[in-house]
Design a protein around this ligand. Structure first.
Ligand SMILES: Cc1cc2nc3c(=O)[nH]c(=O)nc-3n(C[C@H](O)[C@H](O)[C@H](O)COP(=O)(O)OP(=O)(O)OC[C@H]3O[C@@H](n4cnc5c(N)ncnc54)[C@H](O)[C@@H]3O)c2cc1C
Ligand SMILES: *[C@@H]1O[C@H](CO)[C@@H](O)[C@H](O)[C@H]1NC(C)=O
Ligand SMILES: *[C@@H]1O[C@H](CO)[C@@H](O)[C@H](O)[C@H]1NC(C)=O
Ligand SMILES: *[C@@H]1O[C@H](CO)[C@@H](O)[C@H](O)[C@H]1NC(C)=O
Length: 553
């Protein structure tokens, strides 16, 4: 993998000289028969002939088109016959296929949607209102570990479950801090931050990335050195798809103990759950940084009466005795006892956290598809001052009244509080006690039903306004939420984009805009929540440019 840059750039340049890219074909209708052939010709021309691109390109009239498209749709809201479909799907098996797709999409005026694991909550990796293609990375998923260097290269189509599994195959004392759901793709996950239950000890995935390879708008293959520190900064949390196609990442492994401890404890309001959640806010971000206690609160029924159930799920990077000591000292209110603690290897804790029964074989992490697909919506918030008991009483009441919507509280602090807000585009560091994820799932396929559920989650989000961060009210970009704003049709404007952009990135949004303007001035990599390029708005750019941040354009 280390030779990719060296071997492909000359190859690409040869074609570039023979067949200069022009946009003169852009008026051709994309959906007539001749154009498919012309598109394929274009793709073939710009890719390496020893890896025929026609074998991995699927037009709607080919039998593999629908199965290939559907297989990585993770939100059934976007699996309907009315969901806009791509002109073709390309599943690159060679880096030149990515280069060709970019060049030919520019030529034929098609948008490109890049999909790795397909977990985008609002489907932005495979749906567009404009004529578009899906570049699906799932064939590019090698994981190459260098244990001596405690690092590995992973291609963006791999899932985090595959990364965890490959690490565990060769070491029982190494791991990587990333998400809890094994089928999430590293392409989207790492480029949007990536957090999981080791975040208080090691930070986010993006805090542990050493290098990356991308293909840019001109089809160039760049690594950290050739893309420069600004672009390397931007793709670690700014959302990859605004800047290019991420081909692979080099990550730094972290040390985990041979034995870790997990627990899962549930308390309803009647069992004192409300007070324990309230107390959790004063503890969870300050406790031992090897301990991560997540709380999931949801409406429930107990003895026929509606209530709220709080589930406390924990990972502790140490044994049960140490954990009991830590809990006894800092969080006795939960009343954790020895029988509730389960010691296991780190890799088994990954399975436990995804609700697999204890004893499940770890190769289930190689399973790329889930049988649990549903219709869903997610939203997010940050809490910076503890919510009062009275505040929670109102929230529980509201949740019971609305029904179905759950809240997941993920504690911050530890390493998260030590990293500067500007170190990566992910700005939610010191000062945040916890993040809230709002979730609602349903099973019925109907627009009316969908609207009812969307209404419930939006009402709860509105109700939470006084309790969460403001100016800006922050959100996590990997919890994609188009409710907070989209770019809209036509040219992407700074003003419009900054509405959602400041929520995801706070003060880092302006630097992302500068990096975008430098690497993709024509705004080819464009979608509902892509970072705008200001190349055609020089005056606005001058206004927002802040040389003090050291961005060299
Ligand atoms: C069940 C579930 C559990 C989750 N758990 C967690 C969690 O524990 N922690 C957490 O941080 N997040 C979590 N997430 C959110 C997840 O991190 C994001 O949805 C992430 O963006 C998914 O990456 P993906 O490659 O699977 O998604 P995709 O839908 O493929 O992509 C998401 C975005 O990234 C872009 N993108 C994808 N691949 C590339 C690429 N190669 N180059 C450039 N851009 C690319 C897409 O175009 C899109 O904009 C979860 C999501 C789900 C559905
Ligand atoms: C060309 O693509 C269109 C849709 O984009 C499809 O309906 C048509 O069958 C395709 N034709 C050929 C020859 O592939
Ligand atoms: C998605 O839609 C396709 C086509 O209608 C269908 O065959 C498939 O089962 C659907 N996927 C799921 C997970 O329901
Ligand atoms: C908890 O700590 C107290 C003192 O702080 C001690 O008396 C008690 O034995 C401890 N309990 C456990 C279970 O360790």
């Amino acid at each position: 993998m280390h030779t990719i840059v060296a071997s492909l750039v000359p190859f690409f340049l040869v074609f570039h000289i023979l067949v200069p890219v022009s946009s003169s074909d852009s008026l051709i209708q994309h959906n007539n028969i001749n154009t498919n052939n012309t598109l394929l010709q274009c793709l073939s021309l710009y890719s390496e002939s020893s890896n025929p691109i026609s074998e991995v390109t699927y037009f709607p009239n080919t039998p593999s088109y629908s199965p290939t498209l559907n297989s990585y749709i993770r939100n059934l809201r976007f699996n309907s016959s009315t969901t806009p479909k791509p002109v073709f799907i390309l599943t690159p098996s060679h880096i030149s296929h990515i280069q060709a797709s970019i060049i030919c999409c520019k030529k034929f005026n098609l948008e490109i949607r890049i999909r790795s694991g397909g977990h985008d909550y609002d489907g932005l990796s495979y749906v567009s209102e404009k004529p578009f293609i899906v570049l699906d990375m799932f064939l590019l998923r090698s994981v190459v570990i260098d244990l001596k260097d405690e690092s590995l290269w992973v291609e963006s189509g791999a899932t985090i479950g595959e990364v965890y599994y490959r690490i565990s195959e060769i070491s029982s004392v190494h791991g990587f801090p990333a998400g809890v759901c094994p089928t999430v793709g590293v392409g989207g996950h790492f480029s949007g931050g990536g957090y999981g239950n080791m975040m208080r000890k090691f930070g986010l995935s993006v805090d542990n990335i050493l290098d990356a390879k991308i293909v840019d708008v001109d089809g160039r293959v760049l690594d950290r050195e050739s893309m420069g520190e600004d672009v390397f900064w931007a793709i670690r949390g700014g959302g990859g798809a605004s800047f290019g196609v991420i081909v692979s990442w080099k990550i730094k492994l972290v040390s985990v103990p041979e034995i870790v401890t997990v627990f899962r404890v549930e308390k309803t309001l009647e069992q004192g759950g409300g007070d324990i959640v309230h107390q959790w806010q004063y503890v969870a971000d300050k406790i031992h940084d090897g301990l991560f206690i997540r709380v999931v609160v949801s409406p429930a029924k107990r003895k026929g009466k509606k209530t709220i159930k709080a589930k406390f799920n924990a990972l502790f990077l140490g044994n049960a005795y140490e954990l009991l000591d830590v809990m006894n000292e800092s969080f006795p209110e939960l009343g954790l006892i020895g029988e509730q603690c389960i010691e296991m290897s780190w890799i088994d804790s990954v399975l436990f956290w995804y609700n697999y029964p204890v004893g499940t074989l770890t190769d289930i992490l190689l399973e790329r598809h889930s049988s649990k697909e549903k219709f869903l919506k997610r939203k997010s918030d940050y809490v910076q001052k503890p919510i009062s008991k009275i505040g929670f009483d109102g929230i529980w009441k509201k949740m019971i009244e609305l029904g179905k919507v759950s809240l997941t509280f993920n504690p911050y602090g530890g390493k998260m509080g030590e990293i500067s807000e500007m170190a990566t585009p992910f700005p939610h560091r010191a000062g945040n006690i916890y993040k809230i994820q709002y979730s609602v799932n349903w099973k019925e396929e109907s627009n009316d039903v969908a609207n009812q559920y969307l209404d419930r989650i939006r009402k709860l989000y509105d109700y939470m306004t006084p309790y969460v961060s403001d100016s800006p009210r922050s959100s996590y970009v990997n919890y994609r939420d188009v409710d907070i704003g989209v770019n809209g049709d036509g040219d992407v404007s700074y003003e419009k984009a900054s509405i959602w952009g400041k929520k995801y990135f706070k003060g880092n949004f302006d630097r992302l805009v500068e990096v975008k303007t430098a690497i993709d001035p024509s705004n080819f990599f464009k979608y509902e929540q892509s970072i705008p390029s200001l190349a055609s708005e020089t005056s606005i750019m001058a206004e927002y440019r802040q040389p003090s941040k050291g961005v060299s354009l």
